[in-house]
Design a binder for this molecule. Structure first.
Ligand code: PMP
Length: 481
């Protein structure tokens, strides 16, 4: 107890001024427990949010968050844009706005979507408070408790708490190097048919998937859209990273392949401008859009007017694609640094994805390593990642981890991977000593130059170790630039 603020038995300081408790007691828990809605029992916290406090410490190298590098945005331009707003539109920028967003914001969104060859109907757009709110509103609009949602396995770790809080029955379909295994999706849909169940929607991050780092191949995109049409199931395409391509050919979005009948498209300015402004959007056919607007009005009335004014000013300058180019250059180099560091410092039993864009690499370790336990050890070495279990609704993923390469400098990325590699190496060594399993390595395997550590640290980030773990044994492609 703070001796400067002695309290009486009511928890109030003498003078009646209430103050915060230093901790929650079991009596507090019991007092509120009976009041909670049933759904709170299945709510889950977000692994990234949980880690934020620890990872914000300056001594921690965080490869955990999905943070873009906002230090690349020129402060002078920001100051000039905000000054113009204050001088020219102060009263309006500080006022409430329409729930669906300003027409000028819709025009910006159309321009961003056109850069990926999409032509949305302006009447289909709702501005949201980040892509995250779009996901929440979609679930609020479409899901009753127990409804089936199909997602990739692993899926965006921030979507798992959303699906859980709407009490969805989330089924996850395995991926490989080419994204979701659409053949397995069809098997799952057939199985659900037999149970008399139909998913409300299929959630996909087809391009530079978070967390998998893989991209859905064109043929699979076409088939996925066909399946949605044939079965009249909605697809939710979440595409924060489409413009952050560092290698390879651009692919059409699911939205452009479908034309917007069965695909609800979720976009955001978080990764190409700023996550702090919280501007995202959803494009949906009018009947769905109308419900989303009702849901949004109940949640927050409207998305920040001030942020929308900033976006309008920023895009009016006409340089936004040049800034995206800059980001691409920075992230491309950081991706290279991470892939080379993985090849140098991760043991040969590990595998990882080779992303052509986006912000993440997904690494899979031998299945005797639980990455949630490993994180505690890594934090002692002042380095963080997202444990793979956060990307599954059903407890799978414990052999994998998500590694971010946008938020740290190349030097920090290399050092971070070196530290994680050291804790992984310790676990592998311990396991091999305890089980004697290192003895099974054949002499010819050891002599194979492609599996020697010298070759593995040699440059392109290709990782020839055998796949293991319960999920996603990604195969390795040569790194393309
Ligand atoms: N979807 C995906 C796949 C994401 O990676 C993110 C952010 N990490 C979001 C949605 C939410 O982003 P925001 O709310 O900042 O737009």
């Amino acid at each position: 107890m703070d001796p400067a603020r002695p309290e009486d038995e009511t928890g109030r300081s003498p003078g009646g001024r209430p103050h915060r408790r230093s901790h929650t007691t079991s009596a507090d828990v019991a007092r509120y427990a009976g009041l909670f809605a049933q759904r709170t029992t299945v709510m889950r916290s977000s692994a990234m949010r949980d880690l934020m406090e620890i990872t914000s410490r300056p001594e921690v190298i965080s490869l955990a968050g999905g943070l873009p590098d906002t230090s690349t945005f020129p402060p002078d331009s920001f100051a000039a844009q905000m000054t113009r707003i204050a001088q020219e539109s102060s009263a309006k920028a500080l006022q409430y706005g329409p729930t669906e967003g300003f027409a000028e914001t819709h025009e910006v969104i159309e321009e961003v979507m056109r850069a990926e060859d999409m032509r949305p109907d302006p009447g289909d757009i709702v501005v949201t408070t980040g892509g995250q709110q779009a996901l929440d509103l979609i679930c609020k609009t479409l899901l009753d408790p127990g409804d089936v949602v199909v997602a990739e396995g692993p899926t965006y770790p921030g979507a798992v708490p959303v699906f859980c809080s709407y009490e969805a029955d989330t089924r996850q379909v395995e991926m490989d190097d080419d994204g979701m295994r659409v053949d397995l999706l069809e098997e799952l849909l057939a199985e659900l048919d037999r149970e008399g169940r139909r998913p409300k929607f299929i959630y996909s991050v087809p391009t530079f998937q978070n967390p998998g780092g893989v991209t859905l191949a064109l043929e699979r995109r076409r088939r996925l859209v066909e399946i949605a049409r044939e079965r009249e199931i909605l697809i939710v395409e979440d595409n924060p990273y489409g413009l952050l391509r560092y290698a390879g050919e651009t692919l059409p979005t699911l939205y452009s392949l479908d034309g917007g009948d069965y695909v609800l498209y979720v976009g955001t300015l978080s990764k190409i401008l700023s996550p702090g402004i919280r501007i995202g959007w959803v494009c949906a056919p009018p009947p769905v859009r109308a419900k989303l607007v009702l849901g949004k009005a109940a949640t927050d009335l409207c998305t920040s007017t001030l942020s929308q004014y900033f976006v309008r000013e920023y895009f009016a300058e006409g340089d936004w694609l040049a800034y995206v180019d800059e980001l691409r250059d920075v992230y491309r180099s950081r991706r290279g640094a991470m892939l080379r560091a993985l090849a140098s410092y991760f043991p040969r039993q590990a595998t990882w994805s080779q992303p052509d864009g986006g912000l993440f690499v997904w690494a899979t370790l031998p299945d005797y390593i639980d990455t949630t336990d490993l994180l505690a050890k890594a934090l002692r070495e002042n380095v963080a990642f997202v444990p793979g279990a956060a990307a599954y609704a059903d407890g799978r993923g414990s052999g994998s981890m998500r590694l971010n390469f946008s938020a740290q400098t190349e030097e920090e990325i290399v050092e971070g991977i070196r530290r994680i590699g050291a804790v992984v190496g310790e676990q592998v060594g311990l396991y091999e000593t305890m089980t004697g399993s290192f003895e099974v390595v054949q002499p010819e395997e050891q002599d194979d130059p492609s599996t020697s550590s010298a070759a593995r640290s040699g440059g392109d980030g290709a990782n020839p170790g055998p796949a293991s773990g319960d999920v996603l044994p990604f195969h390795r492609k040569p790194l393309r630039d």
